[in-house]
Design a protein around this ligand. Sequence first.
Ligand code: NAG
Ligand code: NAG
Length: 351
Amino acid sequence: MAKISFLFSFLLVVAFGFVNGSPPKDAVGIYELKRGDMSVKFTNWGATIISVVLPDKNGKLGDVALGYDTITDYMNDTTYFGALVGRVANRIGGANFVLNGTEYKLVANEGKNMLHGGPKGFGDVVWKVKKYKNEGHAPFILFGYDSYDGEEGFPGELKVTVGYTLLPKNQLSVTMKAKAVKKDTPVNLIQHTYWNLGNHDSGDILSEEIQLFASRYTPVDSQLIPTGKLLPVKGTPYDFLKPNTIGSRIEELPKGYDINYALDGTPGKLNKVAVVKDKKSGRVMELLANQPGVQFYTGNMIRFVYKAHAALCLETQGFPDSVNHPNFPSQIVTPEKPYKHNMLFRFSIAP
Ligand SMILES: *[C@@H]1O[C@H](CO)[C@@H](O)[C@H](O)[C@H]1NC(C)=O
Ligand SMILES: *[C@@H]1O[C@H](CO)[C@@H](O)[C@H](O)[C@H]1NC(C)=O
């Protein structure tokens, strides 16, 4: 979050006419979870993470998530800062797919393709606050959104929740669930926080080190739609099997990293996804998740408030455009088999 939280709360109260913590139904508010010296702020606009405050190696608190000062900026945002993205995150080629022999035409919002659920995806709607406990042993907040049949072109009603919980030792758990009410539908939810372990306003992340537990990636065409192949990272700038700085080979790519990796872990289990380290602050972020893929993105398109490469995103997910690639793990959710996506962020200080 860019400036002081007080200013943010104040602006929200003025703009929406309610006091932080007890908004009327369907209003937009901000919420905070605190445990020890870790605190995280959210807004129910897009079930968004606004800030993640943690100590550095000297015990100095700092915010490691990019964010805006006003809700107006979130509403105008085109980079999905901190948002919960769906119904199908990432790209769907041609903004259409066939399910059960029926062709579904979606709302395109990136040329002829759909990105991140369409022009009004889950990151651009007001979520309900279903539960909120801001302190204690396991502070948590649960947001809910009921997506209607035909929303952005997708089939069937879908009931979605995302729960954020602060666990001991500076851990943040994210649990995304979705239940198809009557019809089958594709679902691919992501948490789109932009991380900069050196502080949100400390400049670029090119000197931060990353390790990605993925031996293969899904190459894309010129419109960033997967070709359907899975290629080894070995010998490419995508190889982070051993820890390396983000900037080490970024010049070899047109704009920076924006690619989905096929993770090496056991399908469906909570596997190691990535470890990110920032030498200057000493902060370390470890990510675990139960998804087959992770989109590694170096904020190539950031233009507003912050600059390109000011942060990185690790969006665990199914593979992009899975609805059009039968060889990719299926993203179809049925009324009998709900969707569940777990992420666990572990923050620490390098020894
Ligand atoms: C909306 O966002 C764009 C960048 O995406 C920025 O250039 C513009 O100034 C913003 N508008 C307002 C009113 O903040
Ligand atoms: C697809 O077919 C199955 C089984 O016939 C049915 O349960 C489901 O609702 C159908 N999905 C859609 C999106 O029509």
